[in-house]
Design a protein. Structure first.
Length: 115
């Protein structure tokens, strides 16, 4: 499985961004897809995840109500719509997919929120 994240950039507080993670290669038997992020000087943290069938969507408390995770089957992407952004959301955002006990990671996309 190969993952390519895009959509990051610089946005002002209160703004919005939409991240996309293109999933290619073997996509059979994937269990779930997720977004993580790593802020400056911080450990990587969980942001949101979605089951492969799209029925289950989960969010960390810090983004619940502001971010929406989704899958686009036509484009083979995992998307993250981010709204009401704050400087605390500044981080490199990574997508991953799970197959059994294996995790595949994308390269990350930088999101910077200015105050």
């Amino acid at each position: 499985v190969q993952l390519q994240a895009s959509g990051g950039g610089l946005v002002q507080t209160g703004g919005s961004l939409r991240l996309a993670c293109e999933v290619s290669g073997r996509t059979d038997n994937l269990n779930a897809l997720a977004w993580f992020r790593q802020g400056p000087g911080k450990a990587r943290e969980y942001v949101s995840s979605i089951t492969w069938d799209g029925d289950g969507r989960y969010y960390s408390d810090s983004v619940k109500g502001r971010f929406i995770i989704s899958r686009d089957d036509a484009k083979n992407t995992l998307d993250l719509q981010m709204s009401s952004l704050t400087p605390e959301d500044t981080a490199i955002y990574y997508c991953n997919v799970q197959r059994g006990n294996l995790l595949y990671w994308g390269q990350g996309t930088q999101v910077t929120v200015s105050s």
